[in-house]
Design a protein around this ligand. Structure first.
Ligand code: FRU
Length: 519
């Protein structure tokens, strides 16, 4: 093993001991120590899920990309393994950038990634292979396997990255890679290989006509419910209504693959996440047929915050999300494995809300809520409904619904952040008639809100003091709600009994409570 990988392993082994478990989210993956960005190499190998990630063990800022490594049996309880790769060859001396993984018929775990080196200050990006059996990986002696000679006319070697590999029914391999023309617009290139090592250019699968940002990073291409789906993460987007926002975003295109021309065309496009922190997702087809996506739960434009580094880690992965297509749109749901995680259930039905209320037993920074809201009088919409969480006297984050405007807003303005960065985002929820369901997952430093059964998702991180664990509900106008609540920490529940009601009334009937909860 090369010195730089050994050093990274020793370093992470020593430093990660200094991170108490309570300083991490409970079921969202964080780096062993230091910095994490994109999920890489999400795969199922020898009975376990493997997830690698863009990793700088030495600092909580992006630099010197390694591949971090974790395994799990349920995609929620992750166990860190030693760093898998370090930038230790000339072709990847500037970084072991994003990529993917697959099991080959001889039982090897094959990693395909972008090796970056610098030449006269410019980054040269090539595709490389490493293989191993689940923990130690050897870089292929004939790396790089794709370089500038494999690029079609007019594409630059400076932006050629993030291979996503898969196997076809006939056993051969394909991969899609993000590339860029001199005019700075992204393309997705398709390559094929008989053995996973020798690759050939097939086609320009899709091209950015200027509709979605510039360079397209981290492509993924797969079949879902009979449709061809292309995911790309464009840089430098311009906003479009409430659908797309400026900066980096992730776009889902749904359409058809012209198998002859090996060209993808789409008839529908949408944002993958309508919140603040979600980027560079990757998917994996599980042995049971589910297509699951994990994204980096962060936003490039807000990472350089001085007040973010309270811990020896920075960067989180989203909860793994099951994908499907409903009415021509991408639908996401948290993986069903989460159900086994739930320790405690409380249910309130038919709660009248006008003003702000709390509900006995409902608080916590690691919790799951199903909230359904509707107007008390179907003829008269309420103005606004808000769910507050990570809340105390000074801080809170919220999700609010304005039926007259058909918008849902995520807002972390009062979460304790001190920088002038984006704190709010809105998405459209039309035709609701004032009824909305939210499936909200809070895990210490993040929230993921799945609206109307996964039709839209809003994700955001916040670094509020974990002691701010209040949850409240508020309406202007007369609304009625049902709440199902799970707290992932059974022992905290007793403390929640003394929660005071600020205003309004909680008149519903609690139908089930946790064992031991003092309500
Ligand atoms: C996306 C990205 C990838 C690249 C990696 C580098 O967030 O820019 O395109 O491979 O991060 O860390």
């Amino acid at each position: 093993m090369k010195r730089s990988l050994l050093r990274a392993r020793e370093y992470e082994n020593e430093l990660s001991r200094k991170i108490p478990e309570e300083e991490r989210p409970v079921f969202h993956l964080t780096p062993c120590v230091g910095w994490m960005n994109d999920p890489n190499g999400f795969s199922y190998y020898k009975g376990e899920y493997h997830l690698f990630y863009q990793y700088n063990p030495y600092d909580t800022a992006w630099d010197s990309m390694h591949w971090g490594h974790a395994v799990s049996r349920d995609m929620l309880h992750w166990r860190h393994l030693p760093a898998a790769m370090a930038p230790d060859h000339l072709y990847d001396s500037f970084g072991v950038f994003s990529g993917s993984a697959i099991e080959t018929p001889d039982g090897k775990h094959l990693l395909m990634y972008t090796g970056v080196r610098k030449e006269n200050g410019a980054a040269i990006q090539t595709q490389c292979i490493a293989h191993g059996r689940g923990q130690n990986y050897r870089k292929y002696s004939l790396n790089p396997v794709l370089d500038e000679r494999d690029l079609p006319e007019g594409m630059t070697r400076n932006n050629f990255r993030d291979p996503k590999i898969w196997q076809e029914a006939d056993g051969s391999y394909r991969c899609v890679i993000g590339a860029c023309r001199e005019n700075r617009l992204g393309s997705i290139l398709l390559y094929s290989s008989a053995d996973g090592y020798r690759w050939h250019f097939e086609s320009v699968l899709a091209e950015n006509d200027g509709s979605f940002g510039r360079m397209w990073e981290c492509p993924d291409f797969f079949e879902l419910d009979g449709k061809a789906v292309l995911l790309v993460s464009p840089q430098d987007m311009l906003p479009k209504g409430h659908e797309y926002h400026s900066g980096n975003g992730t776009v889902c295109m749904i359409g058809e693959l012209d198998a002859e021309r090996r060209h993808f065309s789409y008839t529908h496009d949408q944002a993958v996440d309508y919140g603040i922190d979600f980027y560079a997702p990757t998917t994996q087809l599980l042995p049971d047929g589910r297509r699951v996506m994990i994204g980096w739960m962060q936003n490039w434009d807000t990472v350089p915050l001085p007040d973010r580094v309270e811990h020896l880690w920075f960067g989180q992965m989203s909860i793994p999300r099951e994908l499907s297509i409903r009415d021509g749109r991408l639908v996401q749901k948290p993986v069903r494995e989460l159900e086994a995680f739930r320790k405690n259930r409380m249910e309130y039905r038919g709660i009248d809300v006008n003003g702000e209320i709390t509900l006995p037993g409902i608080r916590g920074r690691c919790a799951e809520l199903f909230v359904t809201i509707r107007p008390a009088d179907p003829e008269k919409l309420f103005q606004k409904f808000t769910l507050f969480f990570a809340k105390n006297e000074n801080y809170w984050t919220s999700i609010s619904f304005r039926p007259y405007e058909s918008t849902v807003k995520i807002d972390r303005k009062f979460s304790g952040m001190r920088r002038a960065v984006i704190h709010q985002r809105r998405c459209l929820m039309e035709g609701t008639g004032g009824e909305l369901s939210m499936h909200v997952i809070i895990d210490r430093y993040s929230v993921e809100a799945f609206l109307n059964d996964g039709e839209k998702v809003m994700t955001a991180t916040f670094f509020t003091d974990p002691a701010a664990d209040g949850i409240s509900f508020s309406a202007s106008g007369d609304a009625v709600m049902d709440v199902v609540f799970y707290d992932f920490f059974l022992n905290d529940i007793g403390a929640s009994a003394s929660r005071r009601t600020r205003s309004g009334a909680a008149r519903g009937r609690k139908t089930e409570t946790a064992a031991g909860a003092e309500l």
